[in-house]
Design a protein around this ligand. Structure first.
Ligand code: NAD
Length: 477
């Protein structure tokens, strides 16, 4: 039984879908809503609308200050509608309501931040060595942007693309994931209410192989902003071989959290537990590899086990629930397979490795003492509530283990030794190093990965530049 119907938002209007698919509530496993499955023709209409809005009409003539005001208004609308958006995200993805509420509360800040930046992005006058020539560098919107996001944190991951793109004067077609698109499709109504002209923002959902492929290879698209997994990123790069769009990729991680014996072990244990079990481990920055100094390993694991076993699992809409289900059945199947393989090859379960009783795609908080670093639970991004533990004896060993991954998104270091914290922060190959804290983000700070974790950065002052291109104008005076 489905009780809700959602629509794509194309050219300033809610669109009657030509095809639909069921969206499943992960806490029950039952379909609860009909989602529009955008076809290639729908994508073509959306891109054409974005292209029209870019080339003529009110958006093209709008000043940067006016664009900024629209973004600020959108941020305010997100904040005012946070409760409804959070409820939808929780329903469609299983992420617990206390987390969706907290995250959406700061999504509004991202729009306000980019709104403030819109009229502070300047071109330049260049004093070249030819007195008769006057050279200026204009920064122009790069064009139509195709943004593609995964199912976790869709409102947040869209804000870091829509914000700078719109601040720069681009237009955009945003594809919500086919898993859990409800919050983004509902957000489209706020875009309309904020007053963006038709075609400037188009939001649709559909499947990767047709809708996503068409969008990212479309000849009228000049910029692709993707967040998702590395194998999809490779498909995206093949798609953009067709339109040669400037592309940024925010991908997965296998982030190390290094705990030295001199750390405040209680606060480190809280951070490690939150770092892996928040969002049921379905976070690109999940601290999924714990590297702990051997002399405190047993004591630290005992603390983690107690805390993991005390996590309240249940109905994600209940504010008391601390961990919800995985977003999809396929995700749970994958996690179960990797955990079983890792245990068969010598990994020791400290806790978890089971499905709690009842329906829904639940999986218990799991800790595996991995022994060696070649187990699949240590190598693969699981995107689930599974922490793999390795021990080290020296700082040098800790660093080697931390960097022993093709990913490089985030990392954590827990120590009371300031010089060591600086050394580790310098030598860890990851886009983020959190020292004596974990999983803090801000619109003011760039975010992105090394290696298989991606290409480019989102957030901070420089991002807006990635949505512009320069034009040099040479005037013979
Ligand atoms: P995914 O890569 O399977 O899907 C992401 C999006 O790509 C979806 O909208 C999907 O429809 C689309 N897609 C799939 N095939 C496509 C194709 N051929 N062409 C165009 N689009 C296509 O990712 P997922 O499983 O939904 O999300 C989990 C992944 O996302 C994890 O690897 C996670 O680490 C990563 N992630 C990264 C960040 C970050 O900021 N670095 C944030 C959140 C999630």
């Amino acid at each position: 039984m489905t009780d809700a119907v959602f629509r794509n938002f194309i050219d300033g209007r809610l669109d009657e879908p030509s095809a639909t698919f069921d969206s499943v509530d992960p806490s029950t496993g039952a379909a609860w809503a009909k989602m529009p499955a955008a076809s290639e023709a729908d994508v073509d209409r959306a891109v054409a609308a974005a292209h029209r809005a870019l080339g003529s009409g009110p958006w093209r003539r709008m000043t940067a200050t006016a664009r900024g005001k629209l973004l600020v208004k959108l941020g305010d609308l997100v904040a005012a509608n946070a409760a409804r958006l959070a409820e939808l995200e929780t329903r469609d993805t299983g992420k617990v309501i206390r987390e969706t509420r907290a995250q959406i509360a700061y999504v509004g800040d991202y729009y306000r931040y980019y709104g403030g930046l819109a009229d502070k992005h300047e071109g330049a006058h260049v004093p070249i060595d030819k007195p008769d020539l006057d050279v200026t560098i204009r920064r122009e919107p790069i064009g139509v942007v195709a943004a593609v996001v995964p199912w976790n944190s869709q409102l947040f991951l869209s804000a870091v693309k829509l914000g700078p793109a719109l601040a720069a004067g681009c237009t955009i077609v945003l594809k919500a994931s086919e898993d859990g698109p409800a919050p983004l499709l509902a957000f489209a109504e706020l875009v309309h209410e904020a007053g963006f002209p038709p075609g400037v923002v188009n939001i649709l959902t559909g499947f990767g192989h047709d809708c996503g492929r068409r969008l990212t290879s479309h000849p009228l698209v000049s910029r692709v902003a993707f967040t998702g997994g590395p194998s999809t990123a490779r498909a995206i790069v093949r798609n953009t071989a067709e339109n040669l769009a400037y592309t940024t990729l925010e991908l997965g991680g296998k982030s190390p959290v290094v705990v030295f014996a001199d750390a405040d072990l209680d606060s480190a244990a809280n951070a490690v537990v939150a770092g892996i079990f928040a969002a049921t481990g379905q976070s690109c920055v999940a601290g999924s590899r714990l590297l702990v100094e051997r002399s405190v390993k047993d004591e630290f694991l005992a603390r983690l086990k107690r805390k993991a076993e005390a996590i309240r699992i249940g109905d994600p809409q209940d504010p008391a629930t601390e961990m919800g289900p995985l977003a999809t059945l396929r995700q749970r199947d994958w996690i179960e397979k990797v955990v079983a393989e890792s245990v068969a090859r010598g990994g020791m379960l400290v806790t978890g490795g089971t499905r709690p009783a009842g329906s829904g795609f639940y999986y218990a908080p799991t800790i595996i003492d991995a022994g060696g670093s070649d187990l699949p639970c240590v190598r693969e991004e699981l995107f689930g509530p599974v922490l793999s533990v390795l021990a080290f004896d020296t700082e040098a060993q800790a660093l080697v283990l931390a960097n022993d991954t093709p990913f490089g998104l985030a990392s954590g270091v827990f120590t009371s030794n300031l010089a060591r914290a600086h050394r580790m922060a310098r030598d860890i190959r990851a886009g983020v190093v959190w020292v004596n804290t974990y999983r803090v983000v801000s619109p003011l700070v760039p975010f992105g990965g090394y290696g298989l974790s991606g290409l480019g950065r989102e957030g901070g002052l420089d991002t807006i530049r990635d949505y512009t291109r320069s034009k040099s104008v040479w005037i013979n005076t």
